[in-house]
Write a protein that binds this ligand. Structure first.
Ligand SMILES: [Zn+2]
Length: 102
């Protein structure tokens, strides 16, 4: 995937572990997500298959939105619920590295 930022930079998403890519979850889903993790750990059953199924259910929830930060101007691009990109401009108009945790 490539995003043509309005600053002229191209955001390339063709691999994992990108420093300028992240995932966003709403507050309305945050606590349910952690409760689902607790349940998967505590109540999924004893067998390896039951644990794998519980993990797959968590992964298939599709509750996270994807976002990218332009490494040139800092603009954020976030997928909306229809898969369209919505952009938000940084006041600094510079890369902030807000998703880079290292
Ligand atoms: Zn940009």
């Amino acid at each position: 995937m490539k995003i043509n930022c309005t600053c002229g930079n191209i955001i390339v998403d063709q691999t994992d572990y990108l420093k300028n890519k992240g995932y966003l979850i709403s507050d309305t889903q945050w606590f349910d997500f952690w409760n689902d993790i607790d349940n998967a750990i505590e109540k999924s059953g004893e067998s390896k298959k039951e644990k794998e199924e519980a993990c797959m259910q968590l992964r298939n929830q599709n509750i996270f939105k994807t976002l990218w930060e332009c490494t040139s101007c800092g603009k954020l691009y976030i997928d909306d619920k229809n898969g369209n990109l919505i952009s938000y401009t940084s006041d600094k108009n510079d890369y902030n590295g807000i998703l880079d945790t290292k």
